[in-house]
Design a binder for this molecule. Structure first.
Ligand code: ZN
Length: 687
């Protein structure tokens, strides 16, 4: 591992922050924190922190000895000085004289010692930083070092590799106890350049930012070098991996289905997860290894991973082509066993700690599929990505640990204490989950006004959204507006092959599909007795068969998942109330209205609901200025009266339609329903 320190960059950082009144030492603390945070082999998703001890004025302007330490919620790779809140050092140092300090009291002390009470809460590892005298303190969970210390004889190995230059702290969970223990180890040999925390990570110290940072690089490099020596041949494949393993997009919907909780909270409400797939030679070598069942079930490589990946992954056998039913059966059994084991694990450990904990969902967060790779699972795409990132680091760490010895993690009790530690869980945030969390929604015609408004509404309700449109640029623009993991997909719904490819892309990105808003459409006009048959057929191709193709592609995936689903169609008031010269548009829409009911009938028993919205006169790609002019002329009214020509005399917007779709998606006991969103039109009323 090379130092990424560049003198010019360091100087630029100091100069830039000097203009904002930031001291050089804090500017350099920001610079090296970013260097550490930018390397996933050192720091991954919140697994590390840094500090610097300086003097600065308090709120009254009095010069105070403080420590600026990484605050929670900040990413080290993009940290700013505000992400390193200052805490008063004197009161924190006094805590070392206590025999014990509860987590609640520690948190209270942390907040009480903030120089600015509006700052973010400091890292839960803050006290360890405070108890070390060094000006700069760096902490990471570097994968290479974890491979050395996640061993039965980690202390001996570190002794050889570091030759007494690093102190060795036996495993304790983070908090006051660990900080105090680290202080004792340091006091025994104050010449050490840092500390190794068994089964957890390492700290390095320095008088300067560069010194502490480069000591981190040096210590990790030494571990890397040791990992290259005397390696055993790795993971001889002892499993019978079939020759023809199916693609990941065939497997993902099956896994989503089996890794869900049926009737969670309400009848028909499934707790679902989003998927992120990863594979490469190292992953496949690991998952195909003869001793997978041993080395994969030992636990995490560093305790804070447990809140993202749980302690153990789920293992399922290779999915052989032509035998997906067997795969589904095996995966179902594996999940049932996993969940039963998790519940037992929770029950026995909860009893040990007093029985007051509430069980988290027992579903796996990492699935290893032999012959294929790994799936990260999460309640959002972002959580699935984090689980997959951590699982990849775990595979690397375990592989190297096994190469030089035997991988060994902390005990089950220690893993439980971290998984259910309120201070660790706080990293996940306390915001209430949104109603569509864990669900994947596909919206066609998402580049247009109604589709875009619907995609926005579903994303705001917590769904992962795929925006399908024949105009990819329009879909991209809307996806960028939504942000996050919103996925633009090119899709012409008049082509079966294109629709299939679009759904493949959605499954690849998220793992399946739960909700479809079939919205793409366009208007053709013509007097029905005179219209060219070609026009009628063109309109049917889009306004009827387009819906059918999309619904069919979605249902196929929903049936594989086995967790129900929701098909929503943008029909039109034309389906029940023909407008003059509008037959070419109204006829296929009338057929689509019937299509909705047919899906409701044929798939109700599978928990798949089918509903429609009949909207009227929405300003959209379909209803442009010219078109409004034409239709108002056909009706013999002014444009303004045409747009608000309804019982309520209110213009209906794309957002109104989006809210109707959202309502239908959330109503678990409604199917075969048509909701009118038209401001009131008795002639178009269904009954
Ligand atoms: Zn740590």
């Amino acid at each position: 591992m090379q130092s990424r320190w560049v003198d010019r960059d360091a100087k630029d950082t100091v100069d830039r922050y000097a203009k904002m009144g930031i001291a050089p030492e804090l500017a350099l603390r920001v610079y090296t924190t970013r260097l550490l945070g930018g390397d996933p082999k050192l720091v991954l998703h919140g697994g590390g922190n840094t500090s610097v001890k300086v003097r600065m004025p308090d709120l009254l302007g009095e010069d105070t000895e403080v420590m600026c330490v990484k605050g929670s919620g900040w990413d080290m790779a993009s940290i700013e000085p505000a992400g390193l809140p200052a805490v008063r050092l004197q009161p924190l140092r006094k805590l070392r004289t206590l025999d014990a300090l509860s987590d609640a009291d520690m948190m209270r002390m942390q907040r009480a010692s903030l120089l600015d009470p509006l700052s973010p809460s400091p890292s839960v590892e803050m006290l360890l930083h405070a108890f070390m005298p060094a000006k700069f303190v760096d902490h990471t969970h570097a994968t290479a070092v974890l491979s050395l210390i996640d061993q039965p004889d980690g202390e001996k190995l570190c002794g050889e590799v570091y030759d007494g230059r690093m102190g060795f702290v036996p495993y304790l969970m983070p908090g006051f106890g660990l900080a105090k223990k680290a202080g004792e180890v340091f006091d025994k040999n104050p010449n050490v350049l840092g500390l190794i925390l068994d089964k957890h990570g390492l700290f390095t110290f320095g008088a300067e930012a560069r010194e502490s940072y480069e000591r981190m690089i040096e210590m990790v490099s030494r571990a890397e070098e040791r990992l290259k020596k005397n390696r055993k041949a790795m993971f001889k494949s002892g499993q019978k991996i079939p020759q023809h393993v199916v693609a990941e997009i065939e497997v993902a919907p099956i896994l989503r289905g089996v890794c869900s909780l049926k009737n969670d909270g309400a009848e028909g409400a499934h707790r679902r997860l989003i998927i992120e797939f990863r594979t490469d030679d190292a992953i496949v070598n690991f998952v195909n290894g003869a001793e997978l069942a041993r080395y994969s079930q030992q636990g995490v490589i560093t305790p804070d991973h447990t809140i993202r990946t749980k302690n153990w992954p789920l293992i399922v056998p290779a999915p052989e082509a032509g035998k997906l039913d067997d795969f589904k059966r095996a995966a179902t059994q594996a999940v049932e066993k996993f969940v039963a084991y998790y519940k037992d694990y929770f029950t026995r450990n909860n009893a040990r700690v007093g029985g007051a904990k509430k069980m988290l969902d027992p579903l796996p967060r990492v699935v290893l599929v032999q012959g294929l790779g790994l799936f990260g699972l999460g309640r959002s795409k972002q959580d699935a990505i984090i689980a997959a990132d951590i699982a990849e680091a775990w595979i690397e760490g375990v592989t190297d640990a096994e190469a030089i010895g035997t991988f060994k993690s902390i005990s089950e009790a220690d893993m439980f204490d971290c998984e259910y530690w309120p201070l660790e869980l706080a990293k996940l945030g306390s915001a209430k989950e949104k109603p569509l969390a864990g669900q994947i929604a596909v919206i066609t015609g998402a580049g247009g006004a109604i589709g875009a408004a619907t995609a926005r509404a579903f994303a705001n309700a917590g769904a992962e959204v795929a925006l399908l449109d024949i105009n990819l640029a329009a879909a991209k623009t809307q996806a960028e507006t939504i942000g996050g993991n919103a996925l633009p997909v090119p899709c012409d719904v008049t082509s079966e092959a294109v629709v299939r490819a679009a759904f493949d892309q959605v499954v690849h990105a998220f793992g399946g599909v739960d909700i479809v808003v079939s919205n793409a459409g366009a208007a053709w006009q013509g007097k029905i007795g005179e219209v060219d048959e070609k026009i009628l057929r063109e309109s049917f191709e889009l306004n009827f068969y387009g819906h059918q193709r999309v619904a069919q592609a979605a249902v196929k995936i929903m049936l594989v998942q086995g967790t129900g689903g929701c098909l929503l169609f943008n029909v039109s008031k034309q389906a029940v109330n023909p407008g003059p010269n509008f037959g070419p548009y109204g006829l296929p829409k009338a057929a689509t209205l019937f299509l909705v009911r047919q899906y409701a009938v044929d798939y109700g028993a599978d928990g798949i609901r089918a509903n429609a919205v009949n909207a009227d006169r929405i300003r959209s790609g379909l209803l442009t200025g010219d078109f409004i002019k034409e239709r108002s002329k056909a009706r013999g009214v002014s444009e303004k009266d045409y747009m608000s020509g309804n019982l309520l005399q209110r213009e209906v917007t794309a957002d109104d339609v989006a809210q109707a779709f959202l309502h239908q998606a959330l109503e678990l006991k409604t199917t075969g329903d048509v909701t009118t969103v038209d401001g009131g039109n008795i002639a178009a009323a269904l009954r």
